[in-house]
Write a protein that binds this ligand. Sequence first.
Ligand code: ASP
Ligand code: MG
Length: 424
Amino acid sequence: MQVFKFGGASVKDADSVKNVASILKKQANQATIVVISAMGKTTNKLEQLVNAYFYKDGDIETILTELKTYHLSILNQLIPNKANGIFNDIENVFVELLWALEEEPSSTYNYHYDQLVSQGEVLATKIVSAYLNEVEIKNKWVDARGFIQTDNSYREGKVNYELSEHLIQTELLPIFNSFNIIVTQGFIGGTSENFTTTLGREGSDYTAALLAYFTDAKQVIIWKDVPGVLNADPKYFKNAKKIDELNYHDAIELTYYGASVIHPKTIKPLQNKNIPLYVKSFINPQEAGTIIKDSDKRSNATSYIFKVNQILLSIQPKDFSFIAEDNLSNIFTLFSKYNVHVNMMQNSAISFSVCTDYDEHKIEPLLKDLQQQFKVLYNKDVELMTVRNYDQDIIANLTENKLVIIEQRSRNTLQMVMKEDSAF
Ligand code: ASP
Ligand code: MG
């Protein structure tokens, strides 16, 4: 038993889907669960759709048409025979979307987000599964919402391990008696009342890890458009290098600080069952990639994790008192209420600074709430740079033309909140 995960970039067009099929043909030599994300940038598009629906911010019809055209164009290239039931299936997904969008919102933003955005994964898996069957790669399409059971924390579903494990062992695994390949969705789960939840952006990796954990898989392979885990994001660093091997601890740290190659929640379930994780290139599938596994060997490679679109908040008691435990407790309660994750924090006598991702719909209400009790200063459009295994030369290089607003060092890790220096 093994678990493969293919992300959005690996199924972004018809040729990419064909490439997935060729990888499965060669590598699915044992029972394989194939976890697939939404195609290309579909999730972003669906987020626009939710905003158009909930905030009346955008045109529902235009976005829906774009989504449909995109998926149908891929499908048409993959399956010439219009009598194939898949065409009806895809049509139905869009009809149901349209019905849902015609009703006024009845619940929270996050609830509607999950019901709508989850359809990206549903569409992708239906199309890929139908294509695989078409080219004689026999597989069974499975709805992940029946197996990955969560509570109703929409957009951040908390997985019910006992129930999910039970369902997977009793109802999912027996499918392997008739099929060698199961195709299912990443990122999405279901509640006990049959509503859809999502596990957080980029959560398909986490789904793959959970499925591996519950089925005692031999290995997980995450197929990516990069050769493996790199020491920096090639989008920002020209000389990014592949790391051949990482232990779980290093991988958890890297992802915790925001290395976007793997979702942060992915490693822990694998570590708990000692399941190795390979990150490999779907462009060059024969190459070794990166292996993440149990080992005492800590990596001393320098890694850079760069996060843009950050906001730095500086929170001060209105009465000029010290920042003390009771203030901190109030502050964290509010962060948790708005689901805002702290990327870096620093405390001084009269102010508490926090760097987080700038997500307008979370941060603006948080700011309003914080301002009831505190004086809040903020700096938008800052960058957070984390360097593991740093040295002085590296720091000098990275801070050229930048204004460092806050800096924090431990023995191995350096974090800097920076801004483009307007003086340059
Ligand atoms: N499609 C979802 C996203 O783009 C989940 C994933 O790709 O892992 O966030
Ligand atoms: Mg994705």
